[in-house]
Design a protein around this ligand. Structure first.
Ligand code: ATP
Length: 456
């Protein structure tokens, strides 16, 4: 069964907010086990009115719950699924400064009680893999954690483990999502279409260093962290890998890269022959050119070459499948995906939001529209999955395209996702907090829907 849980997390008042009154909130547990939340503003105004969610939340974390409490409740129960080879996804959503980075990445890399969810999960996974590796003698089969970190803005992914290189989110002819960068020319004229880099880590310490190095790029690559980081979705992926798996996947990228020019040449020859073989009449119709006989043998030779290179890709993909089948470890390919979603200040749902939007520049408005599209698409994907619809609208936005494989995973009928809604208790932030909880409420309700309760 696909589970999607939503957890509001209230952060403490910051030192700057110490004298501000707190938003009054009460939580009510329903028979379903889910929790509803009621908010009361410090003072009544047109935009700040009491609001009550539906029974949409699994549990509410209060300001005195540290990262360890959140990890134990929301992430730790999913680790057995990851060690069984499945994908588990965690989203943090909230206004700028509400605690998304504190929750997902954490600011304390020494005190394990304050590790962000990603690092805490990596430490637990690492410990589990150390145990599993004890009886492995072949280095190619040693289990490690492959880490990928990128920021997503529109359909561009900035690879934080590869100098913020730009990659583009596209759907391939195989129907899968590919995140690929420019074509690199290597030695001996070999070409390679650069993928998002996977850094394999064979110890927790190695992973911590890779993550820290990548996150530094997130900060220095933008003008101010708080202003800019809220306008992108940050994606951190941890996957259980072996050297054999990474090598097999690299071979797929190499074969696909080799196919690109061969496929292009076949297309070019086809177009060239057909543009010579037909002419346009004065009436605008295309008819065979009496002065040129299409060279079908040339087209066929190019197509045959393309088919040959496609078969190399197929063989490389078969090799990846073989690595999975012969590994004998169910955990191979198990994934944890953490997404620090763009700031909720950009989200606006016209059916629910009475919250005025902050004044934005035209560029911010355009980015805001894209973020809105992403977040609505995410909600619709969650809803379609809860309803077990045959067609899940993954193509609706680059964010949902990127998440497609993670949602489907190796066993789409048994996956797990959760969203942490980070909110500020400061009454100054009432509108922002309510906006975040409203989105979480929609997601929570959507994920709880099933065929019997579907609303027209
Ligand atoms: N639950 C919490 N407990 C203690 N401190 C917190 C908590 N949540 C957030 N903070 C503190 O609040 C500040 C802002 O949090 P954070 O940087 O995580 O916000 P953010 O939502 O990621 O912002 P942005 O989207 O702008 O990057 C940080 O100093 C962080 O340590």
């Amino acid at each position: 069964m696909h589970q999607f849980k939503v957890y509001p997390r209230w952060r403490p008042l910051s030192p700057g907010e110490a004298t501000t009154p707190e938003i009054q909130r009460t939580h009510n547990q329903h028979d379903s086990g889910r929790v509803s939340t009621s908010l009361t503003p410090a003072s009544r105004s047109l935009t700040e009115r009491p609001w009550k969610s539906e029974a949409a939340f699994t549990r509410v974390f209060e300001a005195n719950d540290n990262n360890k409490v959140v990890f134990e409740a929301a992430v730790a129960p999913t680790l057995p699924h990851v060690l069984d080879g499945r994908s588990c996804n965690f989203f943090a959503y909230g206004h700028s400064g509400s605690g998304k980075s504190h929750t997902i990445i954490g600011y304390d890399f020494e005190n394990s009680d304050e590790f962000g969810l990603c690092l805490a999960a990596a430490r637990h996974l690492s410990d589990a893999l150390t145990d599993l590796n004890r009886d492995i003698s072949n280095p190619a089969e040693e289990l490690g954690i492959g880490i990928r970190v990128f920021e997503l803005r529109k359909n561009v992914a900035f690879d934080l483990l590869n100098k913020r290189c730009q990659c583009y989110v596209r759907e391939g002819s195989d129907g899968k999502t590919h995140i690929r960068g420019e074509t690199e020319v290597l030695e001996k004229g070999k070409v390679r279409v650069r993928p998002i880099v996977t850094k394999p880590c064979w110890s927790f310490e190695e992973l911590r260093q890779e993550l820290l190095a990548g996150l530094k790029l997130r900060a220095t690559g933008t003008s101010t962290i708080h202003d800019q980081s809220s306008r992108t979705h940050a994606v951190l992926e941890l996957e259980i890998v072996t050297r054999a798996l990474l090598e097999a996947r690299d071979a797929v990228i190499d074969r696909q890269s080799e196919l690109v020019p061969v496929g292009k040449r076949a297309t070019d020859i086809y177009i060239e022959e057909n543009s010579k073989g037909f002419i346009q009449t004065p009436e605008g119709k295309y008819v065979p050119n009496p002065d040129y006989q299409i060279d079908q043998a040339r087209i066929d030779a190019a197509e045959a070459k393309k088919a040959e290179f496609e078969s190399y890709v197929q063989q490389a993909e078969d090799r990846v499948r073989h690595v999975f089948e012969s590994c004998g470890r169910a955990c191979l390919g198990g994934k944890l995906v953490f997404v620090d979603l763009a700031g909720s200040e950009y989200y606006h749902d016209k059916t629910t939001s009475a919250v005025p939007r902050p004044k934005q520049t035209p560029q911010e408005q355009q980015e805001g529209r894209q973020i809105n599209t992403d977040l609505l698409a995410l909600k619709e994907v969650i809803r379609a999955r809860a309803l077990k619809q045959a067609r899940i609208p993954f193509r609706s936005s680059p964010l949902t395209m990127v998440l497609r494989d993670h949602f489907l995973g190796s066993n789409s009928s048994d996956s797990y996702s959760a969203m942490i809604l980070t909110v500020s208790p400061s009454s100054d932030q009432f509108a922002a907090t309510m906006n975040t909880l409203k989105y979480g409420n929609l997601v929570g309700v959507a994920s709880g829907e099933n065929k019997r309760t579907v609303r027209k």
